[in-house]
Write a protein that binds this ligand. Structure first.
Ligand SMILES: Nc1ncnc2c1ncn2[C@@H]1O[C@H](COP(=O)(O)OP(=O)(O)O)[C@@H](O)[C@H]1O
Ligand SMILES: [Mg+2]
Length: 254
């Protein structure tokens, strides 16, 4: 689904992503782990167009996407969530989804405003899509609550719904379980499995090792921007280089 070849991104003298080649496999849960600062979020930022690669290639379903704009990549079918979920706290959950969808698919604020003014018919379709996304993540009962009044776990689910609202085929999830208790983490894992059951491909960055080991089909390990290992969870768990760089340290949460 996504082929990454020799992907590199420098920030001044720092090589945040260093010559990484990998494949994100269709219909699977592809996980990325590694210590803080390893380049995981930057890897996502390159795939979704937040940053252009310094060098290397990113092919999505055969098409080169490295250097395209965020909205262009969103419309091709790649969505993402962020480590922190920023919502409009004084708007309803449903309205957050409607606005969020436009912010993801329009290239400028002018487009967002023009679009919002223009469309009465679109408005209805947009609302239906937003409701479908909320239904999928189990948040229909709180669609009309203010986003500022919902729980941390519900915010995470809103972030998932926002990602789904652009009808992606690939979803990048950046530490979705951060700050959640084990029970909430299990609920979110269930939801991630549901993504795959519905034909989506998932790429997941997460620190919670129990969750990753149970959920991932494949794990890539980054350290100082470099890929140091890749394989099935059982193999990664006992890989000496991985234990040395990550699993043996305090970085990995259980
Ligand atoms: N926009 C940026 N400008 C400069 N340095 C950055 C930027 N984004 C990330 N970095 C640096 O790149 C490295 C990798 O960061 P990041 O991808 O956020 O790591 P991770 O998500 O694995 O914790 C870090 O050293 C970070 O400080
Ligand atoms: Mg990060």
């Amino acid at each position: 689904m996504l082929e990454i070849e020799h992907l590199t991104r420098r920030f001044g003298g720092l090589v945040a992503v260093d010559d990484v080649s990998t494949v994100i496999e269709q219909g699977r849960i592809n996980a990325i782990i590694g210590p803080n600062g390893a380049g995981k979020t930057t890897f996502f930022n390159l795939i979704n167009g937040t940053f252009a690669p310094t060098s290397g290639r990113i092919r999505f379903r055969g098409q080169e996407i490295g250097g395209l704009r965020v909205d262009e990549i969103a419309r091709l079918g790649i969505a993402r969530t962020f480590q922190t979920t920023t919502l409009f706290n004084h708007a309803s959950v449903l309205d957050n989804l409607i606005v969020g969808h436009r912010l993801r698919t329009q290239s400028t604020l002018w487009d967002v405003l023009a679009h919002t003014a223009r469309l009465r018919n679109d408005e209805r379709i947009c609302r239906e899509k937003a409701r479908d996304a909320l239904d999928f993540v189990g948040l229909s009962p709180i669609a009309n609550r203010l986003a500022g009044d919902i729980s941390q776990e519900e915010r995470k689910r809103v972030a998932f719904a926002l990602a789904l609202s652009t009808e992606p085929s690939l979803v990048l999830l950046d530490e979705p379980a951060g700050g959640l208790n084990p029970e909430e983490t299990e609920g979110l894992s269930e939801l991630i499995r549901k993504f795959v059951q519905h034909g989506l491909t998932v790429c997941l960055v997460e620190h919670k090792m129990n969750m990753i080991m149970k959920l991932a089909d494949k794990i890539m390990v980054l350290n100082y921007g470099k890929k140091i290992a890749e394989g099935a969870p059982a193999a990664i768990r006992v890989n000496p280089a991985v234990i040395d760089a990550y699993l043996g340290s305090e970085h990995a949460e259980v």
